[in-house]
Design a protein around this ligand. Sequence first.
Ligand SMILES: Nc1nc2c(ncn2[C@@H]2O[C@H](COP(=O)(O)OP(=O)(O)OP(=O)(O)O)[C@@H](O)[C@H]2O)c(=O)[nH]1
Length: 317
Amino acid sequence: MSIQWFPGHMHLTRKAIGERVKTIDVVIEMVDARLPASSANPMLRDLLAQKPNLKILNKADLADASRTQAWLEWYNQQDNTRAVAMDGHHTAPAKAMIEACLDLAPTRGTMVKPMRVLICGIPNVGKSTLINTMVGRRVAKAANEPGVTRQEQRFSLQDGFYLFDTPGVLWPRIIVAQSGYNLAAAGSIGRNAFDDELVALELIAYLQQYYASVLLERYQVVDNVAEVQAMPDHELFELIGRKRGALMPGGRINAQKAAEIILQDFRSGMLGRITLETPAEFEEWLKTGERLDAERTLRKEQYELDRQQNKKRRKKK
Ligand SMILES: Nc1nc2c(ncn2[C@@H]2O[C@H](COP(=O)(O)OP(=O)(O)OP(=O)(O)O)[C@@H](O)[C@H]2O)c(=O)[nH]1
């Protein structure tokens, strides 16, 4: 699936982060606990390599608790990195973020040497919500549409602790195919950048494999888990659409409407707590993605070389 969503302001964001990070003590990258690796930003990884890093797995209330635990362990094994999981609407876990930053940069956090923290994350991951929770009132704009945060803002969270907010960012290229589907399923990429039906089918296929009982309970279109697992994904999709009234005149399935119902059920948590990737799974996807990407780059270079040679030949004639 190719994703055509890359607003121009993201180039500016990259530049702004590069500048800002020079005077920053800890960088927080907020990711979506339902898809931690897919919602991380490879561009940030390079920009921020030298700084202590706090990963916030946000929307943990929507994610599978045991998988969240596995991700926290995976991140906490990495150098210079801590990870916490939270629901950005609640104050107590949000405060854990302050503790984790002080742990990562123990010499900062006083009036003389204030802690300067930068919070980054892809659009819609929940940065504004967390800032509003931390500050105790609505200072950052939160919305259920990607890309609402724009200007950099600075917030004082307590004496000697400053939080800088950056505009929403996304990478220019998604190397892992599954990441595109997972981001789309979670609603983290702009509408019209993807095909809802395709995304819903991918989601169903994944749920059949790992969360079949969730599909059984929510939609009750077959009698047991084994039937959910055995059915081709498009047949299950159609049964769900019919059951939920996604029909066109004449009784044909309205695939767009069926897809929207399923995606909305996932996004709102109506399907239950679900995580779309594990650390081991993502490592596999990444290997495949990087191999395909290297092949694509090679093909592109070869094409460019051929083009240059043809041009020279034409000139000689
Ligand atoms: N269930 C749940 N929803 C959350 C959580 N945090 C944020 N949300 C919701 O996610 C949506 C996006 O949150 P924002 O705070 O606007 O996200 P943002 O990262 O500031 O987004 P941009 O402005 O696009 O950069 C809103 O509908 C929030 O209510 C959370 O921990 N759990």
